[in-house]
Design a protein around this ligand. Sequence first.
Ligand code: ADP
Ligand code: MG
Length: 262
Amino acid sequence: MAKVIAVTNQKGGVGKTTTCVNLAAALAEARRKVLLIDFDPQGHATMGSGVPKREAKPSGCEVLLLEASIDAAIRHVDGGYDLLPGNGDLTAAEVRLMPQVGREMRLKQLLEPILGRYHYILIDCPPSLGVLTLNALTAAHSVLIPIQCEFYALDGLTALLDTIKAVKQSVNPNLQIEGLLRTMFDVRNNLGNEVSSQLIKHFGDKVFRTVVPRNVRLAEAPSHGQAITQYDRESRGSVAYLGLAGEIIRHEREATRATKTA
Ligand code: ADP
Ligand code: MG
């Protein structure tokens, strides 16, 4: 059964998409079957996976509106994972879902029949806490929160944690925090180090040990439609995302062990 991880933070530009694409490829390299869902109308995870977003039809939009099957929309990409592409049409899907009863349950219901096919399903969320993100949080087992260690990082985090709490209290009581991921990290930046210590103080081992450094190769890879492991394997960015994949696989092993001994 797949573990569904929503990669979310309502702030834009914190590394959600970069994390989704590169974590998907790194998990695939560790022989895990992965589905990446591009749930952001910007379609950056789609482009970063080498799929032109305008050609992506059917996409998540048609699937959400029940106009196409999820199988018709999923495709395999060069990074070694499957992609449910997304593009600007997702905005229309969001608007049309809005007035529907049980609107937040749609993605969860669509994923149910395919959970057996994957080890991991990653959802790249848009930078808002709207209906699409709500669908992602309802379908997810856990949330991965990329955080750029800067002054406003902790401020936005409170709103996100409140949303997660509200989702737990209503539609998804078992929702866990997979981890907080420090992204675009620059050790020479004092403020970054300070925010990082604050995160560890508040969230302890919920903060991933892996730190993703600011690395220009990570910013270049999407323009080639490649994951970092394909574009520059030896780069620091690549090493970080392979490390993150290792941590996530370990989390799962530990959880399985814990349920066995319980
Ligand atoms: P989000 O999906 O949260 O909006 P992105 O993953 O698109 O954020 O990242 C925002 C921008 O920063 C993109 O141009 C991306 O290429 C760049 N970027 C992301 N992570 C890194 C990193 N670790 N080092 C350098 N550039 C990065
Ligand atoms: Mg994004």
